[in-house]
Write a protein that binds this ligand. Structure first.
Ligand code: HEC
Ligand code: HEC
Ligand code: HEC
Ligand code: HEC
Ligand code: HEC
Ligand code: HEC
Length: 411
């Protein structure tokens, strides 16, 4: 007992001492200015980064800037160069177009280690994203805002938020590699592939990336107010910014940090969303694949909270729900590779559907809403009946009919 106490006291003292040490104070670069120019090779870009000098925290110290690059959405970085004198600039030549790249400029003040003061730029050559990397003299705001002559709230340059997004993400020939109407992404070889979120309003034509099928269901954008099944029984208007923030958020795909949703008659509240994932273009012809790391359910469960059921909800009736207590629901956050059938026999499942997590054994990662659903829309067939409207719908499912169930349970 005395021994244990003394160890605790020592640990506490160590904690106090550690906290008393001065933090490694290094100022980060304020922003990274980006210029994307056509590269000399076919379908490549030359990316020039530049930034302003930072003032050393301790006068007389020297400053070095370490430039590194990530091609896996910021998960891992490799070092490109160290820049220690003017001009503070670095050019990365021959970057393949239609790949997602992140650059990081880390500040190293003499005597400190780099990494404690980083500035990140997220780029999508050949386009410069208007959603991030704003500099002091940016012109990006004017792509969506008008200062004195806005035509809708928030000084927007279009009549609706949807119309703002549509100027770059809707239909072919728009100013982005992501066409969310048709659910298509332009690939590194200039072709088209299905996007990760699924199409909002695709009309199937033979030979298209969705195998000639058109959208059968989608989240309704800018339509009459709708009730979210599994949420409070009050209608809400959905638009692109119900889920996305047009300005950089740090979440995967600019997903908002806070989502508002109805939680009572005429009242709304907010949920905090922290969604980590990254897209990878592993092959120039097949488009992107997503690595989901954590937090995707915090997005979907903001509006559909009843459906975020814990383990064992298949045989334990729900309570404390918005709509109807006593329902049984498929568990979320459970691990297919650890499945035990209700009879008690261990019968691990495998799946080809997306799971969330970083366990190298794929089936040991977790089931999320996006395991069975697309976020925007689907072309899959097979109706189910909405518990809210009574209308039939394919409900954003990733497989025809109940094909998602068979992908895991293989009955
Ligand atoms: C891609 C389009 C787009 C760009 C580029 C853009 N905005 Fe916005 N901004 C919007 C939309 C749409 C809203 C509407 C509110 C919402 O739901 O987030 C908004 C809302 C805002 C708001 C009010 C809400 C808030 O987040 O505080 C401010 C302030 C703002 N923008 C400033 C800027 C500035 C400054 C820039 C340039 C650095 C900029 N925006 C660039 C689309 C854009
Ligand atoms: C002026 C053109 C423009 C407008 C307007 C615009 N975007 Fe974008 N958006 C882009 C570009 C460019 C990219 C980068 C990818 C690429 O090269 O196409 C992008 C990327 C994105 C991404 C992916 C970001 C990531 O980190 O992977 C999302 C999500 C997105 N936009 C949502 C929206 C939403 C929501 C709106 C409306 C509020 C909107 N955009 C309006 C041009 C635009
Ligand atoms: C219900 C929430 C929600 C709404 C509403 C929504 N998005 Fe998304 N969006 C997401 C999620 C989640 C992803 C990431 C999906 C994934 O990778 O599995 C995404 C991905 C994207 C991407 C990245 C490329 C892709 O398609 O995979 C773009 C661009 C985008 N959304 C734009 C839009 C625009 C424009 C609108 C409005 C027309 C919109 N989103 C409405 C949740 C939403
Ligand atoms: C901002 C609130 C909001 C968020 C966040 C949200 N949804 Fe929804 N969702 C709704 C509303 C409202 C409806 C009802 C009608 C519609 O839009 O089709 C709905 C409908 C649905 C439907 C049924 C569609 C049909 O055809 O009946 C599915 C499935 C769904 N959402 C899945 C998801 C998934 C998966 C996520 C997370 C990626 C998500 N939702 C995030 C508001 C939301
Ligand atoms: C194991 C696969 C699976 C997972 C995981 C899953 N869903 Fe579903 N979801 C379905 C299927 C299948 C349907 C079609 C209706 C049915 O079978 O009850 C559906 C229907 C829905 C509907 C429409 C329900 C209605 O009554 O109108 C919504 C909304 C929805 N899901 C949201 C979610 C959300 C949010 C999550 C995560 C918290 C989630 N789903 C996780 C398979 C899944
Ligand atoms: C990604 C894999 C996966 C998919 C897809 C999936 N399941 Fe499951 N299912 C599981 C796991 C894991 C469990 C164990 C849940 C728990 O521990 O609470 C489970 C549990 C169940 C149970 C038993 C519940 C209990 O109380 O023991 C049933 C029944 C079931 N799933 C039916 C379905 C149906 C129907 C679908 C299609 C809508 C489906 N599953 C889709 C993995 C999956």
């Amino acid at each position: 007992m005395v021994r244990r106490l003394s160890i605790t006291v020592l640990l506490a003292l160590a904690g106090v001492l550690f906290a008393a040490l001065p933090a490694l104070a290094v100022s980060p670069v304020s922003s990274i200015h980006v210029v994307i120019a056509p590269g000399s090779g076919a379908n490549t870009s030359d990316i020039t980064l530049s930034w302003d000098a930072v003032t050393p925290v301790t006068s007389g110290d020297t400053i070095a800037y370490i430039v590194s690059k990530s091609v896996d959405g910021g998960n891992t970085y490799s070092q490109l160069a160290t820049v220690s004198s003017a001009p503070l600039t670095y050019t990365d030549s021959g970057v393949a177009n239609y790949t997602d790249v992140n650059y990081k400029v880390s500040v190293q003040e003499s005597g400190t280690s780099p990494g404690s003061a980083d500035q990140v730029a997220t780029l999508f050559p050949p386009d410069t994203s208007p959603h991030a990397n704003y500099t002091d003299n940016t012109n990006a705001c004017s792509l969506c805002h008008k200062t004195h002559t806005g035509v809708s709230a928030y000084l927007l340059n279009q009549a609706t938020i949807l119309a703002v997004c549509q100027t770059c993400h809707w239909g072919s020939g728009t100013n982005s590699k992501y066409n969310v109407k048709d659910g298509e992404v332009t690939t590194a070889n200039g072709g088209l592939a299905p996007d990760l979120a699924g199409p909002f309003g695709h009309t199937g034509t033979p030979g298209d990336p969705w195998g000639g099928s058109g959208t059968t269901s989608a989240h309704s954008i800018d339509q009459s107010p709708v009730i979210a099944p599994g949420g409070y029984n009050a209608a809400q208007n959905l638009t692109c910014t119900s889920c996305h923030d047009p300005h950089y958020t740090g979440n995967y795909r600019l997903i908002r940090r806070t989502i508002s949703y109805p939680n009572g008659p005429n009242t709304t509240t907010t949920a905090t969303v922290s969604f980590a994932a990254y897209p990878v273009d592993s092959d120039p012809t097949t488009g992107e694949t997503a690595n989901y790391i954590s937090g995707s359910v915090t997005l979907c469960a903001a509006c559909h909270s009843d459906f975020n059921a814990p383990g064992a909800s298949g045989h334990t009736p729900a309570s404390g729900t918005f709509v109807t207590d006593g329902m049984y629901r498929h568990s979320i956050g459970v691990v297919p590779g650890s499945y035990t059938s209700p009879s008690g026999a261990s019968s691990p499942l495998t799946t080809t559907l997306p799971l969330e997590g970083t366990n190298p054994v794929y089936s040991q990662n977790k089931i999320m809403c996006l395991t069975c659903h697309y976020a925007h829309g689907t072309v899959r067939a097979g109706t189910a009946v909405s518990s809210v409207t009574g209308a039939p719908s394919t409900m954003l499912r990733r497989r025809d009919n109940m094909g998602v169930c068979q992908d895991c349970h293989k009955k």
